[in-house]
Design a protein around this ligand. Structure first.
Ligand code: GDP
Length: 534
């Protein structure tokens, strides 16, 4: 540990950190919520990244513009801001057309997730997938039901869905006064004697005016809506186990908030919940047993590599989540996979187009290491006692395409590029004897990953390729018995390929009907769903 920074200071700094991400389906309001959160915040490191009220377009829109311009890849970075004596690290989860494995991997860098749900649409596909990853990784989830200012579903029905579809018990912390579309205000579960009423100022700022009414005033002014809110809240609370911190941290319950990110209703209460309920960085399990305490020497995990962020400089940033100790720019760290050490000369936080040099970072913080070319996704970095964190899981791909070099004479470049992209986890590379080495199958969880492959193969590895999409939609991990049975079955819309990076056998199916027909015929064959752990 650094000479100048004491253990007590590390404990204090780690205890102040809240590192979280927002998981949602496109259009649920993630960008709007990010801006609304930033409005409550004081940006610390990313000076200039968060603009004031006068320039509300700020943050996210600039950064999406940048992505559109480049047309490739996406930025997963953290926005750091101060709130109530805490240091909040909001790690971005790419989630639009750019939904990819990166979106999943980001969740290995956070201690909590906000599940953002559109009040009218309920639990949508990407939300469900991301929730499954949180559950798999033991990341506790806070639920925010958004867009209550617009017509939507009933509050109790939404809670039922959370219980029935996700299998996690919703515990409301606030309740909306008025149905979706007639959002009068909020009552907190902890204080049913008061209502916070919100009024939209006609033609005024986007932020709704806030006033506190006591229950007599609320009953008088809001009448039935107030009574209904109290009754529904009671019903929702009575049918559940109540809030319990341990149950939250173990993924048994999710505290639920209602609001409207667009008019900034309920956002502060959500932020307060992140401060009060989300766990601070804690000990992190090590591969092979034991754990790394936050007070030990520096360690961190690389959860994302961003290549070519700046086309002019061909630069490459490895995003590291600090897990223990203090990161100081310039320090020598060891890469666990190779045992080699290197100097972290260029370190910065990155949010969108903004970069700010980081000199010191604590557990929970995210640091971007520039041009650390040896680093790979999933790498552990450390100083002092050796640490290796468990590998990041690989996720079941849903998009498949055969890659072929456009110019056969460049097969060396082709192979080098393919193996580099595989190692970096840009896509999963699958091979079979039948297809051969010159026609590997690229597998991705989102089609955007293919754009990145095309671009990088051409510009970085000088081997332009074609990608022919295959019609498979599902992958399952199987074993040699499963492979043999599938071969025997001679299904036209199924095949087994080997994942290059870990020799796992992936059975690919055209759709769920082909899969279930095969499963019914061969119930004993191993076909593991969802998340394939590397
Ligand atoms: P993202 O795709 O999840 O980042 O969603 P955006 O933040 O871009 O929001 C999608 C659309 O929903 C935009 O038109 C927003 O203005 C709108 N929106 C977001 N939050 C709210 C809300 O609380 N109320 C209403 N009425 N619209 C919202």
């Amino acid at each position: 540990m650094s000479q100048s920074i004491s253990t007590a200071q590390v404990i204090d700094e780690a205890g102040r950190r809240r590192t979280f991400a927002v998981i949602s389906h496109p259009d649920a309001g993630k960008s709007t919520l990010t801006e609304a959160l930033a409005l409550h915040a004081r940006a610390i490191n990313s000076a200039g990244a968060v603009h004031g009220k006068g320039d509300r377009r700020g943050v996210t829109s600039d950064w999406m513009e940048l992505e559109r311009e480049r047309g490739i890849s996406v930025t997963s970075a953290a926005l750091q801001f101060g709130y109530r004596e805490r240091v909040m690290n909001l790690v971005d989860t790419p989630g639009h057309a750019d939904f990819s494995e990166d979106t999943y991997r980001v969740l290995s860098a956070v201690d909590c997730a906000i599940m953002l749900v559109d009040a009218a649409k309920g639990l949508e596909e990407q939300t469900r997938k991301l929730f499954a990853v949180c559950r798999h990784r033991g990341v506790p989830v806070i639920t925010f039901i958004n867009k209550w200012d617009r017509r939507g579903r009933e509050s109790l029905a939404l809670l039922d869905d959370i219980q029935n579809v996700l299998g996690i018990t919703p515990v409301p912390q606030v309740w909306p006064v008025g149905p979706a579309g007639n959002f009068r205000g909020i009552v907190q579960a902890s204080d049913t004697e008061h209502m916070v009423r919100y009024t939209k100022e006609p033609g005024g700022t986007r932020v709704a005016l806030e006033e506190v009414l006591d229950s007599a005033q609320a009953a008088e002014q809001e009448g039935d809506l107030w009574q209904e809110a109290l009754e529904e809240l009671e019903l929702a609370l009575d049918s559940g186990p109540g809030y319990d911190q341990e149950a939250f941290e173990n993924g048994k319950i999710t505290p639920v908030f209602f609001g409207a990110a667009l008019t900034n209703i309920g956002v502060k209460l959500l932020l307060d919940a992140v401060v009060e309920l989300a766990p601070a960085p804690g000990p992190r399990p090590l591969d092979g047993g034991g754990s790394r305490e936050v007070t030990e020497d520096f360690s961190g995990v690389v959860f994302k590599i961003q290549a070519n962020m700046d086309p002019a400089h061909r630069d490459r940033i490895a995003f590291v989540r600090v897990c223990s100790g203090v990161f100081e720019r310039g320090m020598n760290v060891t890469r666990a996979a190779s045992g080699r050490s290197f100097a972290t000369k260029y370190a910065s936080t990155v949010f969108g187009a903004e970069r700010t040099v980081v000199d010191t970072a604590y557990p929970g913080d995210v640091v971007g290491l520039i041009n650390a070319s040896a680093l790979r996704v999933g790498d552990t970095l450390y100083t002092g006692r050796k640490a290796t964190f468990p590998p990041l899981p690989a996720f079941a791909p849903e998009y498949f395409a055969v890659a072929r070099p456009k110019d056969i004479s460049r097969s060396k470049q082709f192979r080098r590029g393919v193996s580099q992209l595989d190692e970096e986890g840009v896509v999963q590379v699958l091979v079979s004897d039948r297809r051969g080495d010159q026609a590997p199958v690229m597998a991705a969880v989102g089609p955007m990953q293919f754009d990145v492959v095309l671009h990088r193969m051409e510009h970085e590895f000088s081997s332009p390729i074609t990608l022919d999409r295959l019609s498979y939609k599902l992958a399952r991990v199987t074993d040699p018995d499963g492979q043999a049975e599938l071969a025997k079955a001679r299904l036209t819309d199924a095949e087994v390929l080997t994942r290059r990076s870990d020799d796992a056998l992936l059975a690919l199916f055209a759709d769920k009907w082909h899969l279930s027909a095969f499963q019914r015929a061969k119930p004993d064959i191993r076909l593991d769903p969802l998340i394939a752990t590397a």
